[in-house]
Design a protein around this ligand. Structure first.
Ligand code: GRF
Length: 234
């Protein structure tokens, strides 16, 4: 290339300093099924609603999880990791299961900063959880109190309802006859569904709701909640 002073150069120096200084969050998403919340994250990133966030890895404990197809379609690295049955877990001591050790290795290999359980249906041992303080978050389809602890929750209209934890919490809310339930994004702690809350949203229970119809409406709310929560935890 030649050119005298004042002549316009064909070469432009592109200053990427600002771009490179921008923080990047490598997100790992753990799924077990449909992956509609994973899809919400993919869409939010594509629509530039989560600047600096990259889904660097998706892990599914089920080979037939539809979320795997969603990840593949968007060329996101996805791994099927068969999960050891709970009965095979060590009953004493503070050790991880073999599956958890494999997951830990994957999370390190892919340099994951934040791990989001989005429809992940497996419980972790305290040994696994303690590796990721404030870096492991979970979407729970019911309302949890701010600190995650306790058995009652006060809704925005002042109604006191029970806290639903564990499996089938949408069904539990219907069976309890409460008028409001919702979803909570929280940090994972060794106690199941009991970590500090990142954000939360209420969903009204309609007359005639079934577990399916109610869960579908909860999921619609979750799709916004998980995006908001990732922004907060960044
Ligand atoms: C969500 O309702 C989440 O709260 C719960 O499992 C469901 C997963 O949905 N833990 P999807 O797989 O993201 O569609």
């Amino acid at each position: 290339m030649s050119g005298s002073a004042g002549e316009q150069s064909d070469w432009k120096i592109i200053d990427r300093t600002e771009e490179m200084a921008r923080k990047t969050l490598r997100l790992g998403v753990l799924i077990s099924g449909d992956g509609s919340n994973l899809q919400a994250l993919i869409d939010a990133i594509e629509q530039r609603e989560l600047p600096g966030v990259e889904i660097a890895l998706v892990v599914s404990n089920r080979a037939d999880a539809y979320g795997i197809q969603r990840a593949l379609k968007h060329r996101i690295p996805v791994i099927y990791l068969p999960w050891q049955k709970r009965s095979a877990l060590p009953s004493t001591g503070n050790s991880m299961s073999t599956s958890e050790a494999k997951l830990t290795a994957l999370l390190h290999l892919f340099q994951i900063d934040l791990i989001a359980c989005a429809g992940w249906m497996r419980i972790f041992t305290p040994a696994f959880v303690s590796q990721f303080p404030r870096r492991l978050i979970n979407l729970h389809p019911a309302l949890l109190p701010d600190d995650g602890i306790g058995d009652i929750f006060t809704t925005s209209d002042g109604t006191v309802i029970p806290v639903f934890r564990g499996l089938h919490v949408v069904r539990q809310a219907l069976e309890a006859g409460v008028k409001v339930t919702g979803s909570t994004l929280h940090y994972v702690t060794p106690e199941v569904d009991a970590g500090p809350v990142i954000c939360r949203a209420e969903v009204a229970i309609e007359p005639g709701d079934t577990e399916e119809s109610l869960h579908e409406r909860i999921k619609q709310v979750e799709h916004k909640l998980i995006v908001k929560g990732i922004r907060i935890s960044f």
